[in-house]
Design a binder for this molecule. Structure first.
Ligand code: UDP
Length: 324
């Protein structure tokens, strides 16, 4: 299939683009390279540098490529930043998403695989979380993703758009060539590995008084290759709608740090820090719908293996893509 990948220079988008090409699909990446990296774009892919906030950029790209489907990764994705600058999230994720959906409509593109998030659930009543749990986002990031989910539902209802909403839990891990490189980096695993690389003195632990077994937040860490695999399945699946993507097991911040100590052999000092606004205490996926309908089964569920893969990438790219 011919696929337009928005955000294909980013972390999950770049891994998925490479896997699409490996499987014989044709991929065009659309990215503004603000947070993505040119070096992360597979050389077999065509790259269009453009910005979703400019309606003309995306309209021209869709009209030029005429894709069979769009995979939409391009977005801002930091909970903390979204609490400080919500306007950025509505502009990039909602207005940008609107421009994309409208361009697809104009040019007759009928299928979209959308990178949504467990942050659309907010603080869940119970874990594991299934797709029919109430969606009450606790931060503007989750809200912006939910707003675009809603838009896509109406496009489906009114215009027959086929939308697959993939709600990721915590993306992590790496391939040999592609890994996580954000500036600023706020995610737990890369921050922990920076300490192991000697680039930061200690990991801040944001909140130790949550209602969880050790008081730190619990998340469901899912390997980026498993997320990419779900996209490929969603591309050709007869099923649409929402799918949670996670391993179904939760690890606390302290458990992640402990796993990284084992993998790296570094003591990884920590420092207590206040809770980060917008962080729910525990997010763990019930991904049985993806298993059942997409035939998806994570191949890298082991936290140590995930941290190991991330560590191998960070050691090989201590300055991220800038040094490659
Ligand atoms: N976290 C932390 N120290 C860090 C980075 C993150 O304690 O340096 C915590 C964060 O508060 C959250 C969990 O680790 O509870 C996962 O955060 P991350 O930013 O990786 O992903 P999110 O769940 O926000 O998407």
């Amino acid at each position: 299939m011919k696929v337009l990948v928005t955000g294909g220079a980013g972390y999950i988008g770049s891994v998925t683009t490479s896997m699409l090409l490996d499987e014989g699909h044709e991929a065009t990446v659309f990215d503004n390279l603000e947070r993505g990296h040119r070096e992360a774009v597979d050389p077999r892919a065509r790259l269009i540098v453009g910005d979703l906030r400019r309606e003309r950029d995306i309209d021209e790209a869709v009209s030029k490529v005429r894709p069979d489907a769009v995979m939409h990764f391009a977005a801002l994705a930091l909970v903390g930043e979204s609490m400080e600058r919500p306007e950025l999230y509505f502009e990039n994720n909602v207005v940008g998403g609107h421009h994309l959906a409208a361009a697809m409509r104009r040019h007759g593109v009928r299928r979209i695989i959308f990178s949504s998030t467990c942050a659309t659930y907010g603080v869940p009543d119970r874990v594991p979380i299934s797709e029919d749990a109430p969606q009450r986002p606790a931060n503007p990031y989750g809200e912006s993703k939910l707003m675009f989910e809603t838009m896509l539902r109406w496009y489906g209802d009114r215009h027959g758009l086929e939308a697959v909403l993939l709600r990721y839990f915590n993306a992590c891990g790496a391939t040999e060539r592609l890994g996580e490189d954000h500036e600023p980096e706020t995610h737990l695993i890369p921050n922990v590995l920076r300490v192991a690389l000697g680039q930061a003195p200690a990991v801040p632990v944001y909140g130790e008084d949550y209602p969880t077994p050790d008081g730190t937040c619990v998340r469901d860490y899912i390997h980026v290759v498993d997320l990419a695999d779900a996209h490929l399945r969603a591309l050709t699946s007869p099923h649409t709608g929402a799918f949670n993507l996670g391993n179904g097991s939760g690890f606390s911040v302290r458990e992640v740090i402990e796993a990284a100590r084992e993998v790296t052999g570094h003591s990884i000092p920590t420092v207590s820090a206040p809770r980060r606004p917008g962080d729910p205490p525990a997010l763990v996926a019930d991904a049985s719908r993806a298993r059942r309908l997409l035939g998806w089964s994570p191949r890298h569920p082991d936290l140590r293996a995930i941290v190991q893969h991330a560590w191998a990438w960070h050691r090989a790219h201590p300055r991220g893509y800038a040094g490659s």
